[in-house]
Design a protein around this ligand. Structure first.
Ligand SMILES: [Zn+2]
Length: 286
């Protein structure tokens, strides 16, 4: 069967990627993806069981730790990059958009650093939490639905979002327009080269795109960004929150072990990270 590649738009040359059902690989650009006829995947995430708020709220401490570390990496990098420029990102007053802001950890970190944050998110419970409990400026919109004026933001963040999109090129081109000249795009997504991704992150209903450094930088370049940084990141997780994640729902046996482990350890918060280089982080510049 022939499928339209979401990255290079090639229509014909797709082969089945042998190791995993559902995934195909584009013969031209090598992107691995789940073929879909949908224009977007919003309905899927509007079902609470596919995007459970309990998971986000239980994983809050881990999300905050991730936001802290990622924000630190981006800030250091962007400051270094802006030495010879008038423009300085992530300082007081700079404007940040977090696309798919989840329970608001990145926006909270941005606010604590004096930036002016805006979020868009399609999970209604997350939006309510961000607006009512955290007093953040978050709208219930997808990147496809959202409209902002050109040259509105100094930085746009996509944390664990790009892999869910049906039309990533369209999204990045929109974001390119929303950024000020010299503005930054920061992306965090599972790295297909990592064994951690191959074990935990192959979820064809949710993750439609599977990137490596090569394919992700191709996507950025195709959307006119200059790639200025790429690295790996080991995400923090809360052991207890895994029970609510969509990853372990498929494995009842693993759920029992998790339940036993959290009961034995008897702690509300048990943060851990695995040294598997599971996430790819990439920064692009307009
Ligand atoms: Zn392709």
């Amino acid at each position: 069967m022939n499928h339209f590649c979401p990255l290079c738009q090639n229509l014909r040359e797709v082969q089945l990627w042998r190791n995993y059902r559902h995934l195909v690989q584009c013969r031209v650009c090598k992107l691995k993806f789940v073929p879909t006829k949908k224009q977007e995947n919003h309905e899927f995430y509007r079902q609470p069981e596919n995007s459970p708020f309990t998971y986000y709220s239980q994983n809050k401490a881990a999300s905050e730790k991730n936001a802290d570390e990622l924000f630190g990496i981006y800030e250091k990098l962007l400051r270094r990059n802006s030495e010879d420029e008038v423009f300085e990102p992530i300082v007081k007053g700079s404007k940040i958009l977090d696309v798919g802001c989840s329970a608001g950890a990145f926006l909270q970190k941005a606010r604590a650093n004096g930036a002016v944050g805006t979020g868009i998110e399609i999970n209604a419970d997350c939006v309510n939490f961000c607006v009512n409990d955290l007093n953040l400026n978050v709208k219930k919109q997808s990147v496809e639905e959202a409209e902002f004026e050109s040259h509105s933001f100094d930085l746009v963040n996509l944390g664990d979002v790009i892999e869910h999109l049906v039309q990533p090129l369209h999204a990045l081109k929109k974001i390119f327009g929303w950024l000020k000249p010299g503005g930054f795009l920061t992306i965090c997504t599972p790295d297909l080269r990592s064994i951690g991704t191959r074990i935990f992150q192959i979820k064809p209903d949710e993750h439609l795109l599977y990137f490596t450094e090569k394919t992700l930088s191709k996507l950025l370049k195709k959307s006119d960004f200059e790639v200025i940084f790429c690295s790996n990141f080991d995400p923090w997780r809360d052991l207890d929150s895994l029970k609510y994640s969509t990853t372990f729902r498929r494995y009842p046996f693993a759920l029992k072990i998790l339940d036993l482990a959290t009961k034995t350890l008897g702690k509300d918060e048990l943060l851990f990270r695995l040294p598997l280089r599971e996430n790819l982080i990439m920064v692009g510049r307009k």
